[in-house]
Design a protein around this ligand. Structure first.
Ligand SMILES: [Zn+2]
Length: 256
């Protein structure tokens, strides 16, 4: 590949990547509202799940205590029935004491069950209050997504196509040149600067006339002395080049 062709190829990469950046911005902007609504709905869903799990815990605890209560009451009835058959005064007193403590235990358990019922009522109330808020937020998020989904998909497809075009263009370039180009892109977003007249169209600095001529003739691959982007002469670009897609420092804000 001749140097001129390599430079033309780099310029093409720059244009494709500029277009990809434009779409990447759109992919951030277009679903932004839907994303915000989704986050809000997801937050409410989390809160709802926490409350529902609390509700379930309280419900289980209440059921367990109600089971215990039945058992304790049945024990109490057995002991009370046995009381009549005991003649020995000492044993009678011992069993009466047991029965007394059993009754106190039952009464404490009943109080706990009442507490659990009140707790359950409060938690269920919170669940019932929150659920409609979540459902409405979820439905808002869904319709917001529905309204942008096609658009987003379309842009994602364009980006996929652009990426494969880009990779296809890049594969014929020398590896060292691609590496150099990518290092500049990493630092400055764009890796190619077009010489317009005698000016770098990216940083707007003057390029030494000798360098302008050498780049124009395809004698060397050289970076702009100011911004280091690889210089391509405007006359090397295809006639239908889209100058606006070659971004400048003024636009990307990455100068320095
Ligand atoms: Zn420059």
């Amino acid at each position: 590949m001749k140097i001129v062709e390599q430079l033309q190829c780099l310029a093409k990469l720059g244009q494709i990547e500029a277009e990809m950046r434009k779409y990447a911005e759109e992919l951030k902007r277009i679903p932004a509202e839907a994303n915000t609504l989704r986050e809000k709905a997801d937050q409410l869903r989390k809160e709802l799940e926490v409350l529902e799990s609390q509700e379930l815990d309280v419900q289980r605890e209440k059921q367990r205590m109600e089971g215990d209560l039945l058992q304790e009451k049945s024990n109490l009835r057995k002991w009370e029935a046995r009381l009549d058959s005991i003649r020995n005064e000492r044993e009678h007193a011992a069993l009466r004491s047991e029965i007394g403590s059993q009754r106190r235990g039952i009464s404490a358990l009943e109080n706990k069950i009442i507490d659990a019922m009140e707790n359950l009522e409060a938690v269920s109330g919170e669940v019932n209050a929150l659920r409609p808020s979540f459902e409405s937020a979820d439905s808002d998020a869904r319709s917001a997504w529905d309204s942008v989904a096609d658009n987003v998909k379309e842009i994602e497809d364009k980006v996929t196509t652009l990426r494969s075009t880009r990779d296809n263009e890049a594969k014929d370039l020398p590896a060292a040149l691609i590496k150099r180009y990518e290092r500049i892109v990493e630092k400055r977003v764009t890796g190619v600067a077009i010489i317009e007249g005698e000016t770098c169209s990216s940083c707007f600095r003057q390029i030494p006339p000798q360098l302008v001529i050498q780049v124009y003739r395809g004698e060397l691959i050289e970076g702009c002395p100011s911004c280091q982007r690889i210089l391509v002469h405007e006359k090397l670009l295809p006639e239908n080049k889209d100058k606006t897609s070659v971004e400048s420092d003024a636009a990307d804000g990455s100068a320095g």
